[in-house]
Design a protein around this ligand. Structure first.
Ligand code: PLP
Ligand code: COI
Length: 361
């Protein structure tokens, strides 16, 4: 694998300090983008080349560009946080880089070296450091690396040209009004992913496929959809953009990685962090019947969702064709909030990083 150099061509007209500060006062999620982006090209026979840090701007694509027709695309999501001393560190970028390689293999795309992925993210964050929100809250700079097939033509086969891009977007607290439990629609007939498919790859098609179920959930008055396995329609897998944890007192169960759910980096981090806190986390299978029965008899004390964008989100109401019930009285549970605080403390530099997860810039 070639490791390309990335040439710096910074913008001569970035947003003014006042414009940027106005955005940072209320960034929302994924609505505003920083002044720069990194692009790297890959061509068959030549490998990775033409790495550049350039002003943020549109990509020019021929209408017959492969990705626009056959969706050969993958992406990642990770965050950089401002620390108490004003420095900036990103959370486990190497883990995202490795997952990006796994997604690339599944989508028949070239693998970007881990060190190039991390360097591209670092260069962008360093260049646009003023866009990393202040320390003190939950705000961060969300990084969105992605790769698309750029060969022009309508043949259905792996493309011979690709473009890797990293963009960055300031992200406010996911819950501006404080942490509120989300309501879940348990989808018993629409599936997100199938065995042997691409459920464990972070590819745009998985999200396109989830939109209708998400719209149906909204019609039922729910915020998110929980998906079941595609074969037995019985085993709980994950939400459209977050993994799940089931809390039984001090025991935690998160669905096993069967191949049709995404191996979340937050999920993995919580397996370790929960053990540090004296809890007993494990991977296992949870059926929809068990979810309902264990909630009814009170053994299932809390349920939460986790992912980069929302960190940890308590699950409040659960609705399905079989009825409706509440987790922990519809309030954020104690274990959920304890884990949420412990994770955010490491990410924002308030607590010691005993696992070496933070990557300082
Ligand atoms: N599951 C899906 C489908 C996702 O899109 C995400 C978000 O990235 C996650 C789980 C959580 O993964 P991570 O913790 O790496 O953000
Ligand atoms: C993330 O949490 O980073 C995600 O990718 C979820 C969603 C925004 C797609």
């Amino acid at each position: 694998m070639t490791t390309p150099t990335i040439e710096l061509k910074p913008s001569s007209s970035p947003l003014s300090d006042a414009e940027r500060e106005a955005i940072l006062a209320n960034p929302g999620f994924g609505r505003h983008f920083t002044d720069h982006m990194v692009t790297i090209r890959w061509t068959e026979g030549r490998g990775w080349h033409d790495g550049q840090l350039v002003p943020y701007g549109p990509l020019h694509l021929d209408p017959a560009t492969n990705v626009l027709h056959y969706a050969q695309e993958i992406f990642e999501g990770l965050k950089a946080y401002r620390r108490p001393d004003g420095s900036v560190a990103s959370f486990r970028p190497d883990a995202n880089a490795r997952r990006f390689q796994a997604s690339a293999r599944r989508l028949a795309m070239p693998e970007l070296p881990v060190e190039t992925f991390v360097e591209a993210c670092d260069l962008l964050v360093k260049q646009d450091k003023a866009w990393v929100p202040a320390h003190g809250g939950e705000a961060s700079l969300y990084l969105r690396p992605f790769m698309i097939a750029t060969e022009v033509g309508l043949g259905v086969r792996p493309a011979n040209e690709y473009l890797f891009v990293v963009i960055a977007s300031p992200a406010g607290p996911y819950f501006p009004g404080g942490v509120k439990p989300v309501s879940i629609w348990l989808s018993e007939n629409r599936v997100r992913a199938v065995p042997g498919g691409v459920g464990d790859a972070k590819t745009g098609g998985n999200y396109a496929a989830s939109l209708l179920a998400q719209a149906e959930a909204a019609e039922k008055g729910c915020d998110q959809v929980a998906y079941l396995d595609a074969v037995e329609h019985k085993w709980v897998e994950e939400l459209g953009g977050m993994n799940l944890y089931f809390v039984y007192g001090d025991k935690l169960v998160t669905p096993t990685l069967t191949g049709s759910l995404l191996a979340g980096i937050t999920r993995d981090s919580l397996l370790k962090l929960a053990a540090d806190l004296g809890l007993k986390p494990e991977e296992g299978r949870v059926s929809i019947d068990q979810w309902q029965a264990d909630s009814a008899d009170g053994t299932l004390t809390e349920v939460f969702a986790c992912g980069t964008a929302a960190v940890i989100t308590p699950v409040g109401t659960v609705k399905s064709e079989r009825g409706e019930w509440q987790q922990s009285g519809g309030e954020p549970g104690e274990v959920t909030m304890k884990l949420r605080d412990a994770l955010l403390a490491v990410q924002t530099g308030r607590a010691e990083d005993t696992h070496g997860w933070m990557h300082e810039l």
